[in-house]
Unconditional design. Sequence first.
Length: 440
Amino acid sequence: MKITIVGTGYVGLVTGACLADTGNEIWCVDKNESKIRNLEKGILPLYEPGLESLVQNGFKKETLFFTTEIAQAVKNTAICFLCVDTPLSKEGSPDLTNIFAATEVLGAHLTSPCLIVTKSTVPVGTTKKIKEILEKKLRERNIIAGLFSVASNPEFLREGSAVQDFQHPDRIVAGVEKTQDAELLEKLYKPFLRMHGCFLKMDIPSAEFAKYAANTMLASRISLINELANLSEHVGADIDPIREVLGQDPRIGPHFLLAGLGYGGSCLPKDVQALIRLGEEKKVSLPMISAIQKTNQNQRELFFKKLANHFGSEENLRDKTIAIWGLSFKPETDDIRESPAFSIIEKLLQYEARVRVFDPQALDKTRDIFQKSIYFAEDPYSCLEKADCLLVLTEWDIFKKPDFLKMKQAMTTPLIFDGRNIYSKAFLHENGFIYKGVGR
Ligand SMILES: NC(=O)c1ccc[n+]([C@@H]2O[C@H](COP(=O)([O-])OP(=O)(O)OC[C@H]3O[C@@H](n4cnc5c(N)ncnc54)[C@H](O)[C@@H]3O)[C@@H](O)[C@H]2O)c1
């Protein structure tokens, strides 16, 4: 099947590469010319485990193509997925400029019947609006509607395991107007649904809303475990064994129960905020959803306060050397959007601390933002040189079993603030470290 993917970011590129791998002819379009030129040379714009080899295979087998020209990409395409970014606007609701701009261009070039599928996370009513834009564009070109239909197919992949998630989905959500559109999508996803996972067909508004509902539910678990952690710390309990107690209950389950610095990234923060904004617009009271967000913001502030308190005050952070391990919002990705590390670095710089950072994948993207105001280390141990403290902000595997002796030798003071609870408190105490975790 010939398929077009508009927007070649985390979602679009993974979707394209995985669908090419099952034998489809995939045309990935992006408005960012340098991104496309690099992809044509095999240079990926992002880090995602397993993605590079899939893209290379697609090249070799001639099933994967990259272009900035939508006209070429949509010619005789069966399905066109819209995977562009839908960031938050200044007002706190989703900014749909990119998705509507992509739709306009699509409407100007569509020449053969196809299914237009919204894969980006969009508010209810967006796919309907896309249909209206397309109809208008086609009317302007004297083409009668019927050339296309629309569907919503929100994406549930997680950065860091995006390829794995795409290839082994728990569920595929298909919001459709016509049964044959659902059949077409089910046929496309069939190779991925063989092992497990189900195909959930529904109306378009429910499919659009389901994505926000899922992300808000996940965010609620993180904020709740963090509140429980904050309290357990004050009564001498440890959130780690408590988490196991909770996770073993099948009604609760073990996932999304790690206490720490809270959620970040390009999805959970923006999708929770979008629902809060929607509630305001519709005048529906959403106290729980607002609290999820507030708790998440507090979590970073509490961590910073704990650090400042250790040194006596925020002002005492001045000229302290603070090493940071981990910049991406979670491991196995170079995505730094809404990463807790950024709020913490900004605060440290505000109080004139000297900041040294290391991350296995996110150094380049972070350098673009902080430039010379912080020091970028080439490896975890050189990051620790003369450090008064280490902050662990992302739970990359490489940080989990370090050479503690080497760490101690490099640091001025063996002090660790573990924002992700990756170390054993008892072990570190036994080995002469001062250790502070979250909720323990
Ligand atoms: N990143 C995730 O983990 C994830 C998971 C599920 C859903 N989503 C949703 O998927 C959507 C895309 O997210 P992402 O993280 O892949 O975004 P991204 O920022 O990584 O990529 C978006 C791409 O779209 C391109 N683009 C923007 N406007 C365009 C246009 N008019 N024509 C062609 N290309 C255009 C951009 O240049 C960029 O390359 C968002 O709605 C997001 O909420 C993301």
